[in-house]
Design a protein around this ligand. Structure first.
Ligand code: HXC
Ligand code: NAP
Length: 270
């Protein structure tokens, strides 16, 4: 599909994208490279999948994707991945926090560790990557942090207490860092996707018939695409969004507007 953006809007820049080995954040990494970035580091735990994704992105765009396996829960691994990025590309302009974990589970059955695991990947992991990239590069050079969040916690979503709490934490990180680091030339924003087709998130949260029911509940009557989210990332990081700070843009076709009552019905918990 032809992009609505000029293909050089991110000329010479570099991004560090957690969760970039699959789904939405792989799409963001591709859009960055297709719009002029000279390099993108993609981060995830599964080294083999990450290497295959980097290879695919490099072949597709003619620019370099670097695979750096790391767990966002482990600051030492993030630091190594940042170091490898700077060794290879010499700069980091955009940091995308997309690494996340999720599953459907009723609060009454969710284990202590199940809740903690999702908090640690989504919220603490986002903090770890923000803190490490600030220390290693952004404090002295400025840049843009983009946190991928959700709308789960705007009202309340059944079977999603862990992810709702984690993404609420992510949104707080977005606002607080925008406030504290804005004076250093660091913009911090978020994107909250709604239901995005062909992603792990949709497969896990909307199995079978739920997908069709979900489409009917979206005011725009379709699921989102990875490109819908990537376009928002391009807007925010290209300079077009240069005065947006501490904001989370919802890219969901209006899905959350009716509240989560419809979702509760679909999941049989109304
Ligand atoms: C209940 C579960 C569970 C499930 C895991 N747990 N899956 N509990 N239902 N389906 C519990 C385990 O029993 C364990 O607790 C604890 O969670 C940790 O599980 P591990 O498997 O050891 O964790 P780990 O290997 O770190 O894997 C993390 C994970 C996994 C989140 C559980 O699914 C993962 O790696 N996911 C990454 C990919 C992903 O989820 N993508 C979708 C993102 S979508 P106990 O007590 O037994 O030790 C997304 C959408 C948001 O975020 C909004 C959409 C609208
Ligand atoms: P996805 O493909 O599963 O993306 C999640 C990525 O995070 C994976 O590449 C995974 O790679 C990585 N990851 C998980 N745990 C990690 C860890 N501890 N350390 C490093 N990397 C880790 O899912 P997606 O659906 O595209 O979701 C992408 C983002 O969008 C997430 O932040 C999600 O919450 C958000 N979102 C998605 C939807 C949707 O409809 N899909 C809706 C709202 C919000 P490894 O397994 O290799 O580590």
């Amino acid at each position: 599909m032809k992009s609505v953006f000029r293909d050089d809007i991110l000329d010479g820049k570099v991004a560090f994208v957690t969760g970039g080995g699959s789904g939405i954040c792989k799409g963001i990494a591709e859009a960055f490279l297709a719009h002029g970035m000279k390099g993108v580091t993609i981060v995830g735990r599964k080294a083999e999948r990450l290497a295959a994704a980097a290879d695919e992105l490099t072949k597709k765009t003619g620019r370099e994707a670097l695979a750096c396996p790391a767990d966002v829960r482990k600051p030492d691994e993030i630091e190594k991945a940042l170091e490898a990025t700077l060794d290879r590309f010499g700069r980091i302009d955009v940091v995308v926090n997309g690494a996340a974990g999720n599953f459907l589970a009723p609060a009454a059955a969710l284990s202590y560790n199940g809740f903690k695991t999702v908090m640690e990947i989504d919220a603490v992991g986002t903090w770890n990557v923000c803190r490490a990239s600030f220390e290693r590069y952004l404090r002295d050079h400025g840049g843009h942090i983009l946190n991928i969040t959700a709308t789960l916690h705007y009202a309340a979503t059944p079977l999603q207490i862990h992810a709702s709490a984690a993404k609420a934490g992510v949104d707080a990180i977005t606002r607080n860092l925008a406030l504290e680091w804005g004076p250093l030339g660091i913009q911090v924003n978020g994107i909250a996707p709604g239901p995005i087709d062909d992603t792990e998130g949709m497969t896990r949260l909307a199995p079978g018939d739920v997908r069709d029911a979900m489409i009917k509940g979206v005011p725009l009557r379709r699921l989102g695409t990875v490109e819908d989210v990537a376009n928002c990332a391009l807007f925010l990081t290209s300079g077009a969004g240069s005065y947006v700070n501490g904001e989370t843009i919802v890219v969901d076709g209006g899905a959350w507007l009716p509240g989560m009552a419809g979702f509760s019905k679909m999941m049989g918990v109304d």
